[in-house]
Ligand binder design. Structure first.
Ligand code: AMP
Ligand code: FES
Ligand code: ZN
Length: 304
């Protein structure tokens, strides 16, 4: 097997592109995929300040390195979710990555600053942990970006993540979610733009990129993600991909090109009148936003 670009011995094949690469050319392939995603979806304009949310895992740390490679002005944001040893260890990976490269990492520790951890919050509001976790992440990514004057928040969602979410949305024909599923969510009053620059790279490519760039990352998954529906969707898509390389990317990109637009109206109807949360100022349809309500309920329970 020879590298498609330089004909040196190849280290990795990417079947959906019908290509193989040596280490250096593979890194360039990853950079090109991110560049194409950013330009193709108008994710980031030259000179904009980017806040990348990093979990300590391969996707988000790899995404940070790729954005730096491509010359973007990028700081990191790590959220301490209070998930025991998993959080301690993922935080260490994020800190070490930033320190070794002289990059700036912002940190928000949820238990320290808001007085609750994700597991307790989820139990109190009777949501699955991933629901309480996702709500907190969305809220705090946005808040940190607004406070720090960033133009855009980037996350490490990759091709496999996005295809799995799409698969779930299609299985339920959830028109509202389909209308919102896109690698760029534009800014709106009180909300910064959100982008997913890894949408053209698979989980396997990101793992290989990290190995080739010497990026140390946390391999364990969040202990609360076990049994997560998306894992089953990923397995199903991987079975298809095995038989027919490119099926996964085709499923996602055909939707983005030809399907998404048909559902946009379904997503828009849902946004009612937004007013600032009386506690934190974030736009919300009620008086107090969902994140602050959750915090009040957990702290109330503790004090009861
Ligand atoms: P997940 O929801 O765990 O699949 O993570 C999706 C993306 O959210 C990751 O690629 C990161 O960009 C971001 N993220 C996840 N966990 C954290 C965290 N603890 N702190 C900051 N960003 C995170
Ligand atoms: Fe959110 Fe585990 S990282 S529930
Ligand atoms: Zn609030």
């Amino acid at each position: 097997m020879k590298c498609r670009r330089c004909k040196a011995p190849a280290l990795i094949d990417v079947r959906r592109h019908n290509a193989a690469f040596c280490a250096d050319c593979f890194v360039r392939h990853c950079q090109e995929q991110v560049r194409r995603a950013i330009d193709g979806f108008d994710m980031i304009q030259p000179g904009e300040r980017v806040l990348i949310a990093v979990s300590g895992g391969k996707d988000s740390l790899g995404a940070w390195e790729l954005l730096v490679d491509l010359g973007y002005e990028t700081d990191g944001l790590y959220l301490g979710l209070g998930i025991g040893e998993y959080s301690d260890s993922s935080g260490r990976y994020a800190r070490e990555f930033a320190a070794a490269r002289g990059l700036k990492l912002l940190e928000v520790d949820i238990p320290g600053e808001y007085g609750f951890d994700i597991q307790t919050a989820a139990a109190t509001v009777r949501r699955p942990p991933c629901g309480a976790c996702g709500l907190s992440k969305r809220h705090l990514f946005n808040q940190a970006a607004l406070e720090g004057g960033y133009d855009v928040v980037a996350t490490g969602h990759n091709l496999d993540d996005e295809a799995a979410v799409l698969f779930g949305n299609v299985l339920r024909w959830d028109a509202e979610y389909l209308g919102r599923q896109y690698p760029v969510l534009p800014a709106a009053p009180g909300f910064v733009r959100k982008v997913k620059p890894l949408v053209r790279l698979s989980e396997r490519e990101m793992a290989a990129y990290c190995v080739m760039r010497g990026i140390d990352y946390i391999v364990e998954e969040c202990p609360m993600a076990e049994g997560n529906r998306h894992l089953a969707y990923k397995e199903a898509l991987n079975t298809l991909e095995q038989k027919s390389p490119g099926a996964k990317a085709n499923f996602l990109f055909s939707f983005l090109e030809r399907g998404h637009e048909r559902f946009v109206a379904d997503a828009e109807t849902e946004r009612g009148e937004l007013t600032p949360c009386t506690v934190c100022g974030s736009p919300t349809t009620g008086e107090v936003c969902a994140f602050c309500r959750m915090g009040e309920r957990v702290r109330g329970r503790d004090g009861a």
